[in-house]
Design a binder for this molecule. Structure first.
Ligand SMILES: Cc1cc2nc3c(=O)[nH]c(=O)nc-3n(C[C@H](O)[C@H](O)[C@H](O)COP(=O)(O)OP(=O)(O)OC[C@H]3O[C@@H](n4cnc5c(N)ncnc54)[C@H](O)[C@@H]3O)c2cc1C
Length: 415
């Protein structure tokens, strides 16, 4: 009895790791020449540095991430400040502030002016509890006071970063599970964390090592073209490399993006709209050790990450920006990096602009309703991926959670 997993992104890897731990035989296939999908690192010859396809921020309270990293023996591969410290810069005014959450579940820190967003009141923070009772049709901007400084300087950058969708159209219902699991549990659960070395070193390579060390096969450059159905179940997989016949008891997990899943399973309802993320990576004249990340408002860039001598900025919900030329984007973002790092008027250095036009599905109320469950009409075919109905945003946490759910459902279904 084996499980064939299509897609070696985080969802497929998480499914594979959990099934192997349960003693199940696994075959993993990916159409690319590597695993990782939308979450990976590579060497960029223009920059002469290894970079991530995009900056990925996770929160220390992301329990599924913590469990996954434990399973693949990579628990120390995320790094961040000791506390829940969020430094910000307003690019328009030059104002800087730090939001620093307190240790306990009761947020006494909101009564300290030094730890709050400038101009905000404790009641602005408590008003966000409204998110716990939103309906599936509510947007973020429809539920929070968009005129308050707290919205502009904290909720908006955070919500756009989490949902990759503007607050005017982003689904408020997806924000509450994140807030409950992180900000609702005190500082230890809401430390901002990034990959210590790179995304692949943290999330992908240790999983690949775990899978292959346990005797499972990973087939790269292997694209699934079609699923053959017979007798009410998937009977064979048609790859570019040839067919694979399934034995009785074998199951299949499709852990591919929604467009690919809809192409392989006609009639499957999936999200159809996406939002872009643009990342700019810039070589700095020297390494900056003391700053790992900074929130930016009042400009184009939204988050700045510095690792060694590479500064990387992220713009989420960036469909309009992604239409501009990379040269133009580089000039805009480099100007903002110079402001943020006090670099003066340094000339544009070696850089790389990465436009991920389908970074995630558009997390609007209408598109969220199109997320598919883990089961399909075929009893031996299951779905995983950040776009499936996890109840969580399309993030690393939601993705590894989907892989865990898919593996549990496979095991239950084959008992
Ligand atoms: C630029 C960017 C920034 C992001 N920032 C964050 C962040 O800060 N925090 C966060 O938590 N999340 C972030 N995310 C989201 C996160 O990366 C994704 O949610 C996650 O990687 C999705 O994983 P997945 O396995 O569902 O899909 P994918 O990574 O897309 O994996 C699907 C895999 O399927 C393969 N495939 C497709 N079709 C076939 C086929 N027919 N046959 C075989 N294989 C196939 C693909 O090659 C791919 O490897 C970001 C994403 C991007 C793009």
């Amino acid at each position: 009895m084996a499980t064939h997993i299509i897609g070696g992104g985080l969802a497929g890897l998480s499914t594979a790791v959990n099934l192997i731990r349960a003693g199940r035989g696994v075959h993993l296939y990916d159409s690319a020449g590597h695993c990782g999908g939308r979450c990976r690192s590579y060497f960029d010859s223009g920059l002469d540095r290894r970079i991530d396809n995009g900056n990925h921020l996770v929160l220390s309270g992301n329990r599924a991430v913590e469990e996954y990293l434990g399973h693949i023996d990579a628990p120390g591969e995320l790094t961040g400040p000791d506390g829940a410290v969020y430094p910000f810069l307003d690019l328009a005014t030059g104002g800087r502030w730090i939001v620093e959450m307190g240790a306990g579940r009761i947020p006494w820190w909101i009564f300290s002016t030094a730890r709050r967003v400038p101009g905000s009141t404790p009641w602005d923070y408590l008003a966000a509890l409204r998110l716990a009772w939103v309906s599936e049709n509510d947007t973020v901007a429809g539920c929070l006071d968009t005129s308050s400084p707290l919205f502009e300087k904290f909720w908006e950058p955070l919500a756009v970063g989490i949902l990759n969708t503007s607050t005017d159209e982003g689904a408020a219902a997806l924000l509450w599970p994140v807030i409950r699991e992180t900000f609702g549990r005190g500082a230890a659960a809401c430390r901002p964390l990034i990959a210590r070395v790179g995304l692949s070193e943290t999330f992908i390579d240790p999983a690949v090592d775990f899978i292959t060390a346990n005797g499972a096969e990973i087939h790269l450059n292997t694209r699934l073209r079609a699923l053959a159905m017979n007798g009410g179940r998937v009977s064979a997989l048609e790859f570019n490399t040839g067919p694979v016949a399934l034995s009785d008891g074998d199951s299949v997990v499709l852990a591919v993006p929604p467009v690919a899943a809809a192409g392989l399973l006609p009639g499957l309802e999936t999200p159809t709209q996406h939002r872009a993320i643009v990342n700019g990576h810039f070589r700095l004249p020297h390494s900056t050790e003391d700053l790992s990340f900074l929130g930016l408002v009042g400009g184009t860039a939204q988050w700045l990450f510095v690792r060694g001598d590479v500064a990387s900025v992220t713009v989420s919900a960036a469909d309009a920006l992604a239409e501009q030329s990379s040269d133009n984007i580089a000039r805009i973002l480099w100007g903002e990096v110079c402001l943020a790092l006090d670099l003066g008027d340094l000339e544009l250095p070696a850089h790389r602009i990465v436009k991920e036009k389908r970074a995630t599905f558009a997390q609007t109320p209408e598109q969220v309703k199109r997320r598919a469950g883990v089961r399909t009409e075929w009893p031996n075919l299951f779905l995983a991926g950040d776009w499936t109905d996890t109840g969580l945003p399309a993030t690393i946490e939601g993705t590894v959670h989907s892989g865990r759910t898919a593996s549990e459902t496979v095991l239950i279904s084959s008992r």
